[in-house]
Design a protein around this ligand. Sequence first.
Ligand code: OGA
Ligand code: NI
Length: 349
Amino acid sequence: MASVSKNFMLSDLVSSEKIDQLPSHYIHPLSQRPNLQDVSHDSIPLIDLHDLYTPNRSHVVQQIGKACSNYGFFQVKNHGVPESTIANMMKIAREFFKLPEEERLKTYSDDPTKTTRSGTSFNTRTDKVANWRDFLRLHCYPLQDYIHEWPTNPASFRDNVAEYCRSARWLALRLIEAISESLGLDGDYISRQLGKHAQHMAFNYYPPCPQPDLTYGLPGHKDLSLITILLQDEVPGLQVLRNGNWVAVDPVPNTFIVNIGDQMQVLSNDKYKSVLHRAVVNCEKERLSVPTFYCPSPDAVIGPASELVTDDEPAVYRKFTYREYYEKFWSIELANEDCLDTFRDSSST
Ligand code: OGA
Ligand code: NI
């Protein structure tokens, strides 16, 4: 059952009262809380994309392939997205969450099929315990289909966010091409599986939290995307599961974090895994992050790449439409089910 009041965003709860104790519906069960002391700072590979279009391309592609199979997560620098585009995006995101609640509630919905919506926690239709996060989610490709739904406040919202979306898509396509090559597939193979393509994004806002060891910004989850490109501010909070341990991905200025999503795990027939990750909160500073979820269009049929299916390595997943996956993802409870399991090919097990 939804435990978060539908017309009361977390950011307003925090700013309207002096909160020194976590309201009880945010307290996760003892066995599921983050152990904030027990975190490694090993981090994840940082890949320089500078040489992606030089004779050294194969070296970069190899590094990307290694990071995808060993970590499912990597950071990129010299990615080609202008610093000003990133700075404008972060500025708009910060301003949006400072708007009065009634302004942000104009787009409020708990319906995941809504293509523009603000909300709180993760999925208030299925969350058993609330999470310390407010968000705005937008669909952003093809831009002309969605931009008219977007907020017009702050005044430059549409211009700045559209500019960022175009850059993020440009980067996503280059990464997808390199990942396709790293799997031994044609550079355009994965892109051709995505139908008309789709791109969604979220603005995540994590206010300072009075008792960060009792709750999450976002609990452990895998992304339903093909790949996710995450922009985060200078406040740490992202953690990635690696060999059973949580690894903090501390912010590096002017980099993006890239991770493999469920659709890439399926297309690669489990060569590249969609990895559990989570966002923890802290008691001092608010934190903002902006993930871009690059996805197939709803009608695209997704399944393991035929070149990666052999007698020794049979198809791990059945074919499905992305629409089917999307609906399933939003109907399950994040903490207790892995959406990928629902799409395993029962004939191969
Ligand atoms: C997400 C996500 C991590 C973060 O939005 O899917 O994993 O650091 N966010 O906010
Ligand atoms: Ni995520």
